[in-house]
Design a protein around this ligand. Sequence first.
Ligand code: NOJ
Ligand code: CA
Length: 543
Amino acid sequence: MNKTFPWYKNAVFYELNVRAFYDSNGDGIGDIRGVIQKLDYLEKLGIDCIWLLPIYPSPLKDDGYDIADYYGIHPDYGTLEDFKALVDEAHRRNLRVITDLVLNHTSDQHPWFQSARTDPNSPYRNYYVWSDTDQKYKEARIIFLDTETSNWTWDPAAGQYYWHRFYSSQPDLNYDSPELKAEIFKIIRYWLDLGVDGFRADAVPYLFEREGTNCENLPETHTFLKELRTYLDQNYPDRVLLCEANQWPEDVRPYFGDGDEFHMGFHFPVMPRIYMALRSGNIAPVKEILDRTPEIPPDCQWCTFLRNHDELTLEMVTEEERQWMWQEYAPDPRMRLNLGIRRRLAPLLDKDPRKIMLANSLLFTLPGSPIVYYGDEISMGDNIWLPDRNGVRTPMQWSNSKNAGFSEANPEKLYAPVIDNPKFPLSEINVEAQINQAGSIWHQIRSMIRIRKNNPGLGLGDLNWLPLPDSGIAAYTRRFKTETWYIINNLTAEKKTFNIPADWAIPQNAVEQLTGTALDTLLTGKFNEITLYTYQFLWIKVG
Ligand code: NOJ
Ligand code: CA
């Protein structure tokens, strides 16, 4: 490990759903042993850290974000021994593993909640947020707008309303309870002792509720999270806390504290703006949001992504931009969910390899540690006929054989159908085919990962925009110590030619790193002129 900067600052993450990855025992459901069998694949792809979606016992009303036992493994996925083996096997390959830590709520099936609702004197009653009326905290917005009408639900057994920010089957925990807080420390200790390298902390803005506020990002929340961080620093250095706060950059900034709260935070607002830039052929929205993104402490890092397991969220855009995004990227109402779009990367970008790689070029060269969502490295399709967000959580496609090589079960038994249709034929969209085909999306993404890892400048360097008269070209430098990158992206379908500005310091023997081509062979005609073809991008390294 490089001692000069923390590992996560230059890491590439890979997000996967155990259910969807590989079924080792033929019951139609992916499992932990299956993930172990595919670690060689992940090593070959070159990623550094796996982020596992929730693996705990759960009624799966929110795909595991509704936890019924914080100390176990869902029986569909295996056992604690399997989990331990996964962590050990990953570590043996220098891969790290982080898990989802759902702090804000449990399942209504959790024994704490069952005890709390049926017995007013239960020691767990105060683990949840109860009220005699549903009129409290009126300023808190509803997040799952398509299903929930209130953040309060009446519980007949309890004779009170309980508070929930997500599905009504996910009662919020009460962080005003010292006993509950102590439980949370117990939970993180348990998983850290099992060897996990950190947590992706779910839904952290909502931990506390206070009258007269929107119940998001409250000071009490930061105080609690700082306690968690102190505990980690004192007992488990080198582990990471990644903050899921779908908020504006200035509201996420406090989650880094003075380097004493989260190590990492998702940069939500940059994501939809990459899609805006691609569709409008104009980098302005991305530049604007990055320009207004505050500095973060030196040991902190943003996490960036193009897609994840949820809908492509449009919470962090204006109403006008949201309507435009829906119109451009989700013309069929079935593609929409809550304030977002429930589609995968490849279908969103018309399955055009040039656009898919251009989006990845931005992801891998703008500030932040990138996350690849499983299946996007082979441009998997989606299934808008499945409910909720399930259409972007279908089985990983390993080969052009039965069940895409995901499972030996009868196809009817799979937890979700494999995607195979004329636009997204399985014969083409599977790992084996793409590994065998030079220049496939898989190979291109793998090259980007390799270049990222070998060059700390892309992870750690500062960002400087290079003004060009044409906003259809996104040009910037990333600089770290003696390493400088000139990144030039043509966001449009047109061929673009421009004169290299006098102040760009690119020697003619500089090399475009994705193709290994020397710059002077890229220069067309006149020596100081660069031509970019449709959606072409150049990663030129100097020094
Ligand atoms: C955010 C997760 O990404 C999402 O999948 C989940 O439904 C909510 N948090 C509630 O836990
Ligand atoms: Ca299985």
